[in-house]
Design a protein around this ligand. Structure first.
Ligand code: CTP
Ligand code: CA
Length: 223
């Protein structure tokens, strides 16, 4: 009914959000990680849930949902996320790739905890490229709307436009992380929305919650 569609504009929309930095295992007790807090992805998930969407959050960070329509699935590595998305993506309407996916992972994972030895001053771990999850998943896009993030320290818009095209995304939310007030582990982002059909739209420095609300306002206006 009309009242529902005003209060819950995303009530018929299913959304998957990935959040946090991946953990790429080295041995049973160690991993390669990064500083992503998961805050941007969690804000995207919560904003969509408040608008009535059916939300699945794939998170590498601990998070307890306060919403009955926001389900959390704990994930670890890039390959773990890819495997879960291969099942979930076809049955959802929107994918938001806010997770900070490690570009590389260890070639092998040791079965036992790696020991240091007295005569060993250095230790090397050989890395291999992770799959590009966004590119792999979005190449099987039917009607889904796919959103990527891009954190850049230079050439923000050209790099974001290249990612939009190469990854078959509908929108890239490009984050200017050249200053300390935006990006990893802070509560604010400086976003430029890059899309296929419209000119890049640069937003002011905003809280991650406000970025999420502004994105979903944009999405709702498309439909
Ligand atoms: N991404 C992904 N799989 C990867 C790497 C990144 O799905 N292996 C996604 C991220 O979740 C993000 C987008 O692609 O939504 C852009 O990530 P970013 O790290 O900015 O781009 P890369 O393609 O990894 O390029 P680079 O780090 O060299 O700038
Ligand atoms: Ca990267």
């Amino acid at each position: 009914n009309d009242q529902l569609s005003v209060d819950k504009p995303l009530q018929n929309t299913s959304v998957i959000v990935t959040a946090g930095g991946t953990k790429e295992p080295i041995d049973p007790v160690r991993f390669i990680g990064n500083n992503s807090s998961g805050k941007m992805g969690i804000a995207m998930a919560e904003s969509a849930a408040k608008r009535g969407a059916d939300v699945t959050l794939l998170s590498t960070v601990n998070y307890t949902s306060k919403y009955q329509n926001l389900q959390v699935i704990n994930v670890t590595s890039a390959n773990d996320i890819l495997n879960k998305l291969e099942t979930l993506f076809p049955e959802n309407d929107v994918l938001i790739m806010a997770a900070a996916i490690a570009d590389f992972k260890p070639v092998t994972v040791a079965d036992q905890k790696i020991k240091k030895t007295d005569d060993q001053p250095t230790y090397s771990i050989k890395l291999v490229k992770n799959p590009d999850i966004l590119k792999t998943i979005a190449s099987n896009k039917t009607n889904q709307f796919v959103v990527g993030f891009a954190a850049e320290t230079e050439n923000l818009i050209p790099y974001a436009e290249r990612k939009l095209q190469q990854k078959n995304a509908d929108v890239i939310l490009a984050n200017d992380v050249s200053k300390k007030d935006a990006g990893f582990n802070v509560d604010t982002n400086r976003i430029t929305l890059v899309s296929k059909d419209e000119d890049p739209d640069s937003w002011p420095l905003m809280s991650k919650k406000d970025v999420a609300d502004k994105f979903w306002d944009y999405y709702q206006n498309l439909n």
